[in-house]
Write a protein that binds this ligand. Structure first.
Ligand code: NDP
Length: 240
């Protein structure tokens, strides 16, 4: 029987590409999403993969959602923490809710999901956790103290959990994407985006499937000696 993978925020953008790539690698894949029913329906109809709705920032809902997936599909052996939001603004304009929502979903979501699946992985002696960080968590970004803090936190979370998982056959790694052509980046004003692209040595935005291929490697059997690492996939924009 193939291994079960869950991808949070898997119904569109980078998450959808990750779901499709992992499915192509032979895994049984389920997506989670927050509430965009149209995208979730299109995802399931077009790919044949199920989509489960819950807010990864909600601890109880996440535990219950993962229990439901395990009852209906099987034990979760691969977790991809991909769900994320932006609430950009300079510190002077940022509200506490903007700060808190981003911390709760982007960073808290990783904790909640790991709490739900880590015990089972430990018991079975095998697991793969891949967390999607960001170039802006490595380098910082004007107008994103909330997002940069949460993504930077993901990189610390990854290294700490990798140490806890290592002797149970669980690897924990992160990917730090650069700018990828998804809905999230479509929200960036065009004049700002032009300046960003000018700073990318390869001269273009990345594609979601370029992130997905990195995830597929880190989730594979062959990557068992890779843990606590961050793979930057950013067109050379930030060499860390
Ligand atoms: P999108 O905005 O295109 O998609 C976000 C996905 O996350 C959606 O499926 C959304 O669900 C889901 N989601 C949002 N909030 C929650 C929540 N509370 N609970 C569960 N699911 C949620 O994002 P991208 O594909 O662009 O980004 C994916 C990840 O990659 C994010 O973590 C992002 O920070 C990171 N990243 C993206 C970069 C980029 O350039 N695009 C660069 C660096 C990092 P729904 O559809 O229901 O709203």
């Amino acid at each position: 029987m193939s291994r079960v993978a869950i991808v949070t925020g898997g119904t569109r953008g980078i998450g959808r590409a990750i779901c499709e790539t992992l499915k192509d690698q032979g895994l049984t894949v389920v997506a989670n999403y927050a509430g965009n029913e149209e995208k979730a329906r299109a995802f399931s109809e077009e790919t044949g993969m199920p989509a489960y709705k819950w807010d990864v920032g909600d601890h109880e809902a996440t535990l219950e959602g993962c229990r439901q997936v395990e009852r209906e599909v099987g034990p979760i052996e691969v977790l991809v923490n991909n769900a994320g939001i932006t609430r950009d603004g300079t510190l002077l304009k940022m509200t506490f809710d903007d700060w808190y929502d981003v911390m709760r979903i982007n960073l808290g979501g990783c904790f909640n999901m790991a709490k739900a699946v880590f015990p089972g992985m430990k018991e079975r002696g095998w697991g793969r956790i891949v967390n999607i960080g960001s170039i802006n968590g490595q380098a910082g970004q004007y107008g994103q103290v909330n997002y940069a803090a949460a993504k930077s936190g993901i990189h610390g979370f990854t290294k700490a959990l990798a140490q806890e998982g290592a002797r149970f056959g669980i690897t924990v790694n992160a990917i730090a994407p650069g700018y990828i052509d998804t809905d999230m980046v479509a929200a960036v004003p065009e004049n700002v985006l032009e300046k960003i692209v000018a700073r990318i040595p390869v001269g273009r935005l990345g594609h979601a499937d370029e992130i997905a291929r990195g995830v597929a490697f880190l989730a594979s059997e062959e990557a068992g000696f890779v843990t606590g690492s961050t793979m930057s996939i950013n067109g050379g924009q930030h060499m860390y």
